[in-house]
Design a protein around this ligand. Structure first.
Ligand SMILES: [Zn+2]
Length: 171
């Protein structure tokens, strides 16, 4: 099942990137594949979710999926377009890149390797490219106006993420 590419339905980014927002995919799509972190390739679950919700594209710029033994970031929406998040202040969302880890971390503790891939392959290169400090990386629950939102999951540890970001900093 393929997503039809409809760039005319996406909002073009007009401002430079100032924020990176971290999510987990369990919040967005109901397919069971978006809630489990296992070795099966799970992207088809997200694609099915896009079709069911009649969205133009997956509502994250990158999703980290588990393929066999390891984690890989996949481009799911070109960063020249914005993602649609009504619960996030427009001043932030218009300048945000959205990154999601595949799974539900309300149910499961993310493994260290997942944080490492997130930091090394996505967060650090973006900090470097957009000249941002690590405090510009935010969890969805910290920028949302939905009070009980847990995204990227109760077990997702911001301190651990930032520690690994500092370990892989690009000088
Ligand atoms: Zn989220």
């Amino acid at each position: 099942m393929k997503i039809k590419l409809r760039p005319s339905r996406l909002k073009v980014r007009r401002q430079s990137v100032k924020w990176i927002i971290v999510h987990h995919t369990a919040e967005m799509y109901k397919q069971p594949e978006t809630k489990i972190d296992n070795s099966k390739f799970q992207m088809p679950g997200l694609v099915a979710g896009v079709h069911i919700q009649k969205q133009a594209d997956i509502n994250y710029h990158y999703v980290i999926d588990k393929i066999k033994e390891d984690y890989y970031p996949i481009v799911t929406r070109p960063i020249a377009y914005l993602c649609d998040w009504d619960d996030i202040d427009k001043n932030i969302n218009n300048r945000a890149v959205h990154v999601a880890v595949l799974g539900s971390y309300d149910l499961k503790i993310p493994v260290t390797r997942l944080y490492e891939i997130l930091a090394f392959r996505l967060l650090n290169p973006m900090l470097k490219l957009f000249t941002l400090a690590p405090n510009k990386i935010k969890l969805h629950r910290d920028v949302s106006d939905i009070e009980d939102l847990t995204c990227p999951g109760d077990f997702f540890n911001e301190g651990k993420m930032i520690t690994l970001v500092r370990r892989f900093v690009i000088k």
